[in-house]
Design a protein around this ligand. Structure first.
Ligand code: SAH
Length: 392
């Protein structure tokens, strides 16, 4: 095997180039303690090191001035501060940053920083690719490759946070991350364990200090996992990707619906609300001529009236090669009016960073082609759930 080919890393269950040093955020606490004990270092060093990266913005071990010099050298020999690196950094006029991140095993993911109204929101990925196969989405076009590790989830937050201006006095620009939306590549609930661990570390005051109420995860709608998520005991918010108001249409747009069905998803979301008291957001990608007809608006209102729900309409972001259309203004407005008339709260999601390929997974595809690292060519991916559906 050539030195640059990836190997399976039994520690993380992921793939890692044998040349890459493990990212220290992915080293389990017990392993790191044992490593430190061998060097006669107190166990509190674990917390010091993590705090340096998560809270103090250290990007090298050498910068960790509360650690002995010799230890910093040994740490740098054994580990990397971050196992991933920025492959491409795009910056839009509205202060949206988009990163294509190259992981330790050369796979690529996307992460986005959105800045407005004094908030700095990180949008992070949870998987390389996605196995859900939603027909309009760029992330799942090649299926899913693997789950991200806890450290890789945290590293995205750290990289995006490092783009915020710690000395900002501009009331529009937060000096740190204030919010997290788990709406990048992948299905968050298919990687729930690692995600909950990462969010818990991110929420710590010695971590990134992002309160649970400022975290939203978006799911395709996996009922059993929604219930599990509700049991986290934390005040995270849930967004459910509805995209259609009846099972026939939803299964054409979101193939996993075949196995779940709308009723079970709505029932699980209702339980989430009862357990956590957090209002559920329903996302609805509006595809011109497909799910934006008057009867769809009426059916959607029928499903959500009386539920503690908010609807986020997302006019489709073009994805090269896919045959869908953005909605006409009048059709979008009709959905808004119909929902409001029925007492359902609704907003249209603001378009951010559109000039930098904000549609989920698009930029990664471009960069992969350009750098000749397309996952599919080197490591064929599988689809989680089912064979790809013919497009509609
Ligand atoms: N797997 C999760 C996260 C997906 S990304 C989920 O299904 O919810 C977050 C949201 O963006 C989802 O609602 C997803 O359907 C939507 N989305 C994906 N591609 C899009 C596109 N090209 N235009 C508009 N919304 C898109």
């Amino acid at each position: 095997m050539s030195a640059t080919l990836p190997i399976i890393d039994s520690e993380t269950g992921g793939l890692r180039s044998p040349l890459a040093k493990p990212g220290i955020l992915d080293v389990p606490t017990d392993t790191l303690r044992a490593w430190l004990a061998e060097r006669r270092q107190p166990l509190m060093r674990v917390g010091q090191i993590r705090k340096q990266i998560l809270a103090n913005r250290a990007t090298t071990f050498d910068a960790m001035s509360d650690l002995p010099k010799q230890l910093r050298v040994e740490l740098a020999d054994a580990f990397s501060v971050l196992s991933a690196r920025v492959e491409r950094h795009l910056f839009a006029k509205d202060d949206t940053h988009k990163l294509v991140i190259r992981l330790g095993d050369d796979r690529m993911i996307e992460a986005v920083l959105i800045q407005d109204d004094g908030r700095a929101t990180a949008c992070i990925s949870t998987q390389v690719g996605c196995g859900m196969g939603c027909v309009f989405c760029a992330s799942g076009l090649n299926g899913v490759v693997r789950n991200l590790t806890t450290g890789e989830l945290l590293e995205q937050l750290v990289m995006l946070r490092n783009l915020t201006d710690a000395n900002s006095t501009n009331p529009d620009r937060a000096p740190r991350l204030t919010n997290v939306v788990v709406m990048g590549m992948g299905e968050p609930l298919a990687n729930l364990e690692n995600l909950l661990e990462a969010l818990s570390i991110a929420g710590d005051k010695n971590g990134l200090g992002i309160g649970a109420r400022h975290v939203t995860i978006s799911t395709v709608g996996l009922p059993a996992k929604i219930r599990k998520f509700a049991e986290s005991g934390k005040q995270y918010s849930l967004a459910v990707s509805l995209h259609a108001p009846n099972d026939e249409l939803r299964t054409r747009i979101v193939p996993t619906n075949d196995k779940t069905g709308l009723d079970a998803i709505l029932a699980a979301a209702d339980e989430f609300y009862e357990k956590t008291g957090r209002q559920v957001t329903y996302e609805y990608v509006v595809l011109g001529g497909l799910n934006d007809l008057p009867q769809h608006a009426r059916q959607l209102a029928g499903l959500l009236t009386g539920r503690k729900a908010h609807v986020n309409l997302i006019p489709w972001n073009d994805v090269e090669g896919l045959p869908y259309k953005r909605p006409q203004d009048a059709d979008l407005q009709n959905i808004i009016d119909t929902l409001r008339k029925n007492g359902v709260s609704v907003k249209v999601r603001k378009r951010k960073g559109s000039e930098i390929d904000a549609a989920c997974g698009q930029l990664r595809r471009k960069v992969e082609v350009e750098t000749n690292h397309r996952d599919t060519e080197r490591f064929p991916a599988q689809r989680d759930e089912r064979e790809p559906k013919e497009s509609i």
